[in-house]
Design a protein around this ligand. Structure first.
Ligand code: ADP
Length: 515
């Protein structure tokens, strides 16, 4: 491809004409455009093939830096080559290990081309991706086969027997119910756990069609479709829930996972179905959720009364009695703290029961962020919160809840960077999305914790004792952002600070003033 052959017309929201977009969308290669002028060089456009190759959705792509494609595989020499080419403003083609949303590795033949403006400054990058995993696999396989073909023949019989024994012993040891199916869903094998869970015999199961078992409990249209998909596409069935009144064992909740299995030569195109009885676990979770909901409601009632009494006390207190006024003020502050903790717990139980109300109103997004920063700054004088950029957007969303998200990210940034005073907030708009980034220079988060911190009640182990918290702030933030059709994520390295970012679509009302 010739260097810098891409001409980009710069209009307000769309870089290219609809015709070109249509052409890009018809391409079998994944194509993305990033905006080098925005913080962290975010993706502002991708075509349909890019979603297909990576498995990510638009919401998970737009606004992100491309590095998510490498997941945790960051030590590849190709990354350095890309960095150098980008710095030099040159185009480059590399073959790099990338990962799909489901974690599957794919080899990406990646062509990156910078776009420069009249002054020679790089404004955008265009990335063209082709999944060359197949070619790579074939190359690797050929090389291996050339060297080891004789050895393989010798080892084959032995390894086959071992693998079969190995698989059988795994199947028998596992506590979940396991079923091996042929491509027509006929049951070839079940393990002891399956017979025990469903109180059935092998005779009632083996050689029968899966969908005919029991009182046809597995004969569910969507499950059929998912299972039919496994062999041609290799897509597993993950955590499919079946609630059913089963023969012999009654009403139960079962969690199903299914994968294609293949043992060299012998087993080909078989499906391994794992069935886990999660009835009890679900009941305990439900009891916990019910407790949370009842407890937070019950706590709220007396607290509301106490707040009222304190307000009353303030009126009756002797204006000369400084000591008494101070004590009442301090009580009031603590009650407010307690009130917001209970409000957070209530939010969690509302989210769990699907009752978190999101009201869409038009509001000035930049003003909301500014006001939120001001109020957080007021009670945190030791940190300096700096605001960069603006969106200029009148946003259609829930102002109170979005302000809660920004306040939460700011309080976390402050809490988890006790000795580093600077917190930066970046605002940006691209196309039909706005993006907020909250950056601190504090503790940072390691890779395995990064995946879990948005879960309910998750707190990073070694900070639990030092910093107070309930582990629900980020969970609530994520739910609020998801309900606005956006996405929230963190970029962080242990010891090197964290940047929490979220994007949301602007939806209807539009733009207030242009940059
Ligand atoms: P909480 O702060 O109450 O524990 P959150 O849900 O807000 O709950 O955060 C979950 C966890 O994520 C925290 O316990 C902390 O370990 C980690 N975390 C959140 N924000 C940051 C940050 N800015 N820097 C480092 N760690 C963070």
């Amino acid at each position: 491809m010739p260097k810098q052959s891409n001409k980009i017309e710069h209009t307000e929201d769309r870089l290219l004409s609809p015709l070109i977009y249509q052409a890009l969308d018809s391409s079998a290669s994944g194509i993305i455009i990033t905006d080098n002028r925005l913080p962290d060089n975010p993706i502002i456009y991708h075509n349909a093939a890019f979603e297909k190759i990576t498995g990510y959705t638009k919401q998970e792509i737009i606004g992100h830096n491309c590095r998510f494609l490498q997941a945790d595989d960051r030590q590849q020499a190709e990354r350095q080559k890309i960095k150098e080419a980008i710095q030099a403003g040159e185009h480059i083609t590399v073959e790099i290990r990338n990962y799909k949303k489901n974690g599957d590795l794919f080899w990406n033949e990646l062509y990156i081309s910078p776009v420069v403006d009249e002054k020679g400054a790089v404004t955008h990058f265009i990335g063209v991706q082709n999944d060359v995993s197949r070619r790579k696999q074939v190359e690797e396989k050929l090389a291996m086969e050339k060297d080891f073909v004789e050895k393989k023949v010798e080892e084959r019989t032995e390894s086959l027997r071992n693998s079969q024994e190995y698989l059988n012993s795994i199947i028998e040891t596992i506590r979940e119910g396991l079923v091996v199916l042929d491509p027509n869903f006929k049951v070839l094998k079940v393990n002891k756990a399956f017979l025990k869970i469903f109180k059935v015999s092998e005779a009632e199961t083996i050689d029968k069609l899966l969908f005919d078992l029991g009182n046809r409990q597995w004969d569910i249209q969507t499950l059929r479709e998912l299972l039919l998909d496994i062999l041609p596409t290799n897509n597993p069935v993950l955590d499919y829930v079946v609630e059913h009144d089963f023969p012999y064992i009654g009403p139960k909740t079962m969690l199903l996972n299914a994968h294609r299995i293949e043992l060299e030569g012998s087993y080909k195109d078989r499906i391994l179905l794992a069935i886990e009885d999660v009835t009890e676990r679900r009941e305990i979770e439900k009891r916990k959720d019910d407790f949370l909901s009842i407890a937070s409601h019950e706590l709220k009632t007396p607290l509301t009364a106490i707040r009222g009494y304190i307000q009353l006390l303030k009126r009756f207190i002797d204006a000369e009695n400084a000591k008494a006024i101070d004590i009442v003020e301090k009580s009031d502050n603590q009650i407010e703290r307690l009130n917001s903790l209970i409000a957070e717990l209530l939010d969690v139980s509302k989210i769990k029961s699907g009752k978190l109300d999101i009201h869409h109103n038009d509001f000035d997004f930049d003003k909301m962020v500014k006001d939120t920063i001001e109020s957080v700054q007021l009670s945190n004088a030791e940190h300096k919160i700096l605001l960069n950029g603006h969106t200029g957007v009148i946003c259609s969303g829930d102002e109170t809840h979005l302000s809660q998200v920004v306040a939460n990210l700011l309080s976390n940034a402050i809490k988890y960077s006790p000795d580093k005073e600077a917190i930066e907030v970046d605002l940006a708009r691209f196309g039909d999305h706005i993006k907020v980034m909250v950056k601190d220079h504090g503790l940072g988060i390691n890779d395995s914790d990064k995946r879990k911190i948005f879960e309910r009640f998750y707190r990073v182990k070694n900070v639990q004792k030092k910093f107070s918290g309930m582990g629900i702030g980020l969970y609530i933030c994520q739910q609020i952002i998801l309900q606005h059709g956006g996405s929230i994520w963190v970029d962080s390295e242990l010891g090197n600070g964290s940047t929490f970012s979220f994007t949301i679509p602007i939806k209807k009302t539009g733009i207030q003033n242009e940059e």
